[in-house]
Design a protein around this ligand. Structure first.
Ligand code: ADP
Length: 227
């Protein structure tokens, strides 16, 4: 029943050729994430976490099986259709924020909405609301270099969900932060997920944060397994 899942990987294969050897990073791997569910991806370096995020984010194609986003099978879509799903249904957060330094926090969150065709008034309203959810409404007019690391990551999370995606994919979103700040940023992310019904797949090496998510998965022998 893929229609009920924000994300589903069904029998996904991803094989890399390394000289004469084939490395089966994912080999009939399966994963389904429900609306509103936060799933931690916890696995050692080289296990395939980036590969999994790239496949889920439609940045790479599987060698077999298919990836469903909001119930849509993405394998046979055109590049343009995949790009549209990536833009409208999926939000990305990275370890480093990648905010535009010359724009304010508010503007950084408005830009993806303006690109999508919303009016300036609509984008301002949504960006203001998201900054409030992330508890940094008072920093709206500041540019990223004037913000702390934790504040920058809150803006990056708000920007990732600016166009109300179904799915948030995050690669160690608090990896650069001290443990206390990481906890606060995660509190804000959790509140946002609860308010919006967003689903999230979050790579983390922080066991305290992983423990707070609904479920933990890992990658072993090409499969996605409970961690
Ligand atoms: P992680 O993010 O968990 O560190 P990756 O998904 O980056 O793991 O990589 C999984 C495995 O696949 C590693 O052994 C890596 O060397 C290999 N790998 C990743 N990308 C490629 C590629 N483009 N070509 C060959 N091997 C790759």
């Amino acid at each position: 029943m893929s229609a009920n899942h924000a994300l589903e990987l069904r029998d996904v294969k991803r094989h890399y050729h390394q000289g004469a050897r084939t490395l089966a990073v994912l080999d009939d791997a399966n994963l389904a994430i429900e609306p509103g569910e936060m799933v931690a991806l916890v696995a050692p370096s080289g296990a395939g976490k980036s590969t999994l995020l790239h496949l889920a984010g439609l940045l790479e194609q599987p060698d077999g099986g298919d990836v469903f986003v909001g119930g849509t099978a993405c394998g046979r879509l055109s590049d343009d259709e995949r790009t549209a799903i990536r833009r409208n249904q999926i939000g990305f957060v990275y370890q480093f924020h990648h905010l535009l330094p010359e724009f304010s926090a508010l503007e950084n969150i408005m830009i993806p909405q303006l690109v999508r065709g919303l009016t300036e008034a609509e984008a301002t309203e949504r960006a203001t609301q998201l900054l409030d959810y992330m508890k940094i409404g008072h920093r709206a007019d500041h540019r990223p270099p004037e913000l702390s690391g934790g504040e920058q990551q809150r803006v990056a999370i708000a920007r990732a969900v600016a166009n109300a995606p179904l799915l948030l994919l995050a690669d160690e979103p608090t990896g650069n932060l001290d443990p206390q700040t990481a906890g606060y940023v995660f509190d804000a992310l959790e509140a946002l997920v609860q308010q919006s019904g967003l689903s999230a797949l979050i790579v983390t090496h922080n066991y305290d944060l992983a423990a707070r998510m609904d479920r933990r998965v890992t990658i072993a022998e090409g499969k996605i397994k409970p961690a």
